[in-house]
Write a protein that binds this ligand. Structure first.
Ligand code: SF4
Length: 217
């Protein structure tokens, strides 16, 4: 694995490439963000935004979501993968928000991960994006990029990737880094054909060097 110092140097390069990286899920408040992140599991942000454009007009509060049958909600999100489970989770989540939180989304990670359909990643996204609390959510892009660059070990699981990133990156950079690693993975270091030959990190990247047989200068 590369050192903390090298990690920061690489993140500085990514920072220059994607200075304006931010959450691409369209939302107006913490509740909409929570619904959007829940829907985004194994689904693209583009598709989620397409669905929530109409969904958020029809359903504005937790009470709205539980006022319809689960079948109707399923129908409204049918184009999204795992829509049946997601519809059930959304209604269960809304019941808890109403019963325990006055219809608001809680602000702590510990409370969020107890909600139906909300895992570690979703909780981290909600606290960091909605409430500005430092957190480093690890999605498929963050994990792939971190491993390719050698910031984390290949065999690390998601929890270990998050721990390593949090250890190597100053806390004040966590929120920004999360979005920048996603943009880097989504638009540059893509899964199938990463743009290694135009990558400013090629000389330092173990994956890029392996793919292109680069000799370290
Ligand atoms: Fe990704 Fe290739 Fe750049 Fe490495 S060199 S970070 S694999 S695009």
């Amino acid at each position: 694995m590369i050192s903390k110092k090298k990690t920061i140097e690489m993140l500085d390069v990514i920072d220059e490439m994607f200075p304006d990286a931010e959450c691409e899920l369209v939302h107006d408040n913490p509740f909409e963000l929570t619904i959007a992140v829940l829907l985004s599991a194994q689904c693209t942000d583009v598709l989620v935004n397409k669905v929530t454009k109409h969904l958020f007009q029809k359903y504005k509060t937790p009470w709205d979501y539980i006022s319809v049958s689960v079948e109707e909600l399923m129908d409204d999100i049918r184009s999204i993968g795992l829509y049946k489970n997601k519809a059930k989770n959304i209604q269960a989540l809304c019941h808890i928000l109403i019963d325990q939180y006055n219809g608001e989304v809680p602000k702590t990670h510990a409370e969020l991960v107890k909600l139906p359909g909300v895992g570690q990643k979703t909780a981290n996204v909600v606290v960091s994006v909605a409430y500005g609390i430092p957190a480093l959510a690890v999605d498929t892009h963050v994990e792939r990029v971190s491993k390719r660059l050698g910031i984390c070990k290949w065999k690390d699981n998601v929890k270990q990737v998050e721990e390593t990133l949090c250890n190597k990156i100053p806390k004040e950079r966590w929120n920004k880094t999360h979005h920048q690693l996603i943009f880097f993975g989504r638009y540059h270091c893509v899964a199938r054909q990463p743009k290694c030959l135009e990558c400013p990190l090629l000389q330092d990247c173990r994956e890029g060097r392996k793919r292109h047989k680069v000799v370290v200068s």
